[in-house]
Ligand binder design. Structure first.
Ligand code: G3I
Length: 410
């Protein structure tokens, strides 16, 4: 089915995370129409599991991270979160088994965000994050920090929202925040997302929903990077955003911002492409073109939050509950494998070894994905990740392995 190419900017539910849908020149055949019933996640979960299991390929991957000489990461829950990686439960043990077998770097999905680490003025709480970092260090896993400065209302500490209106007082506070946190973890992290999601999809700076822009304008970004470097002289410092692996105004704006940082000699080591992408969007030619522009500046490229759902709510053929993919068929699992492979291949083709910051997927197993709640409103299941809910590897994992080892994507 041919899909609309319109790149309509829609909001990801609850998050203000925008995405474009539609076909691209290299999009896979559109998932066939489904006349699925409006079954809930719970009522459909058993069929989900069996569908996932039946889709397991016959080419298991022994250890994904050993196929790459750069970080191969995954985001995890930890601390007080439900389904913590470190929980003394069967689920926790199963997660740790996957993590220790297949990945070489962890990102905290939540617990290293601002409100977790700096909940009160002058008060830092590092215990939960330290436990995760200590676990990673003990197991020989690297850590990517996420994130020192992020506008998202959910995780901006309440006290910061009412902090001084005087720009220089606010700037000093922000600098102390970034430097203190970077300093606390110095020597224990490989990299930080210093500033996360500073731009709207039209290329303008976030303003109405960004406390930091409102108080300081775009110069808050310089402050965050300079103070992060003051806190840790060796960690890699990234600017991180979504919807920047497609060609368009948002990526152009990021590029211009990065050029400004370089010109002003503000320390930045790389750009993080979150890559919450879809089966058919964006095109691999767009992805390669944007990677190349960062490489051309001598900066590292890191895929920081990769996931590829089967359903795409911005795709004209998606119409829950009348028309959506209600199960992961072997054919869809195969198409997803190819898509994962093509994205990893794009990375390997364009990014030279010394600029490979790594590839991280956003979550371990399918039903734990943020997309289920925040994109699909828990109305139905999806299968965006590399492992099913019994922690069996999916063909998608093999797709990543194929991409890392230079095999033809199939
Ligand atoms: O911890 C509370 C818990 O006490 C409460 O009972 C529960 C009820 O909803 O909420 C829990 O907090 C949730 C939190 O995740 C921890 O699990 C929040 O509601 C929920 O909004 C939050 O979602 C996270 C989201 O960022 C917002 O910070 C997702 O897990 C996380 O995957 C997502 O990650 C972001 C990246 O940081 C930036 N890029 C986009 C990506 C996906 O949105």
């Amino acid at each position: 089915m041919k899909l609309s190419l319109s790149c309509s900017v829609l909001l990801f539910a609850a998050l203000g995370l925008a995405a474009c849908g539609g076909s691209s020149s290299d999009s896979k055949p559109s998932p066939s129409s489904s006349s699925a019933s409006s079954s809930s996640i719970n009522s459909s979960s058993s069929s989900v599991s069996s569908a996932s299991s039946s889709a397991i390929s016959d080419g298991p991957v022994a250890s994904l991270h050993t196929l790459a000489d750069f970080p191969v990461g995954v985001s995890v829950s930890a601390g007080n979160e439900q389904q913590s990686l470190l929980a003394n439960t069967d689920n926790g043990a199963a997660q740790r088994n996957v993590v220790e077998t297949h990945f070489s770097q962890l990102t905290a999905g939540n617990i290293m965000k601002m409100s977790y680490l700096h909940p009160t003025e002058g008060g830092y709480t590092f215990d939960q994050a330290d436990a995760l970092v200590n676990y990673a260090n003990e197991k020989g896993l690297g850590m990517h920090g996420h994130a020192l400065v992020w506008h998202s209302d959910y995780q901006v500490p309440g006290w910061m929202k009412t902090y001084s209106n005087d720009p220089e007082t606010f700037r000093a506070m922000l600098a102390e925040h970034s430097e203190t946190i970077a300093s606390h973890f110095a020597g224990r992290l490989e990299s930080w997302d210093v500033v996360n999601e500073a731009f709207n999809d039209d290329g303008t700076y976030r303003n109405s929903d960004s406390l930091f822009y409102q108080r300081l304008g775009e110069t808050y970004i310089d402050t965050a990077f300079i103070s992060a470097r003051a806190g840790d002289p060796n960690v890699d410092l990234y600017y991180n955003d979504f919807n920047i692996s497609n060609v368009g105004p948002k990526f152009n704006a990021v590029l211009a911002m990065v050029d400004g940082l370089i010109e002003r000699e503000v320390p930045i080591d790389g750009v993080g492409f979150q890559m919450h992408v879809f089966m058919g969007w964006p095109s691999t030619s767009d992805i390669k073109s944007n990677f190349q522009k960062i490489v051309d500046r001598g900066l590292k490229v890191k895929i920081t939050e990769l996931d590829i759902p089967i359903n795409n709510p911005y795709d004209g053929s998606y119409n829950y509950p009348n028309n959506y993919q209600a199960s992961l068929t072997p054919e869809l699992a195969q198409t997803q494998k190819t898509r994962y492979c093509e994205i990893v291949t794009a990375y390997m083709d364009v990014v030279p070894e010394d600029l490979r910051g790594g590839i991280t997927v956003w979550g371990i197993n399918d039903s734990s994905s943020w997309l289920i709640q925040q994109l699909f409103n828990r109305q139905h299941q999806d299968w965006p990740l590399l492992f099913d809910d019994e922690f069996n590897q999916k063909p998608a994992l093999e797709g990543v392995a194929d991409g890392l080892t230079g095999k033809t994507c199939s």
